[in-house]
Ligand binder design. Structure first.
Ligand SMILES: C[S@@+](CC[C@H](N)C(=O)[O-])C[C@H]1O[C@@H](n2cnc3c(N)ncnc32)[C@H](O)[C@@H]1O
Length: 207
């Protein structure tokens, strides 16, 4: 994937088509998380990445099964009690659930995702756990449904690599964070330049 490009640069792929393809991919993951994908899912993925087992052992399978993250955004530490956290591209909501436990009843966690099936799954998990400090909103990383300067910590796991206009997503993160707020991102980074023809191959964005 590319690094941040200016918002005015022509997109490398058709953003509307990419959005449809990503939504279809993650619709499948939400509805059939144990099928074969080109990435690990669920408990196997979380163990492989190194989530502490004590974070996962007492969670229902429904909460963990459709996890599709690439690393642990809490590597730099959990949120503190009472904080407001936003999880961009929350997916099935495992990181949002971990954050909701950490912030406690005085805090708030908002998971944002653009795939309805993932939101449905995440909302069912929050209801199953009885967490009322956790909500999931439909929205895009490029246009967060979150007010300005209202968030202490933004987390994101495996999502920004899927966003064609990364500069716009980063501007949104900056907009919603309070002064002194933090951003803990787990994602995929490439260290070598990728030929433009390869960057324009939409299958390599979703696959
Ligand atoms: C690789 S999954 C990771 C999900 C979750 N963070 C996790 O760790 O399990 C990517 C998620 O990001 C969502 N997504 C991708 N692009 C997005 C965008 N531009 N705005 C909002 N959500 C997006 C997808 O719908 C999917 O649920």
């Amino acid at each position: 994937m590319t690094g941040a490009r200016e918002h005015s640069a022509a997109p490398l792929v058709d953003p509307a088509r990419l959005q449809r393809e990503i939504q279809e991919k993650y619709r499948q993951v939400a509805s059939d998380p144990t099928a074969e994908y080109h990435f690990f899912t669920g408990r196997k993925a979380a163990d492989h990445i190194g989530y502490p087992s004590e974070e996962l052992d007492d969670l229902p399978d429904h909460v963990v099964d459709a996890f599709a993250g690439v690393a642990n955004p809490f590597h730099w530490g959990p949120p503190s009690a009472g904080e407001t956290v936003v999880d961009i591209g929350a997916g099935a909501g495992l990181d949002s659930v971990i954050a909701a436990r950490a912030v406690g009843p005085e805090g708030t966690v908002i998971g944002v995702d653009m795939t309805i099936d993932m939101l449905d799954r995440a909302r069912r998990s929050a209801a199953q756990l009885g967490f009322d400090n956790l909500e999931f909103r439909e929205g895009r990383a490029e246009d967060l449904p979150i007010s300005d300067q209202s968030v202490d910590l933004v987390i994101s796991n495996g999502v920004l690599n899927l966003v064609p206009d990364k500069a716009r997503a980063y501007r949104e993160i900056h907009r919603v964070l309070r002064p002194g707020g933090r951003f803990q991102v787990a994602d995929i980074v490439v260290e070598k330049p990728i030929p433009e023809g390869t960057q324009r191959d939409i299958d390599l964005w979703t696959g």
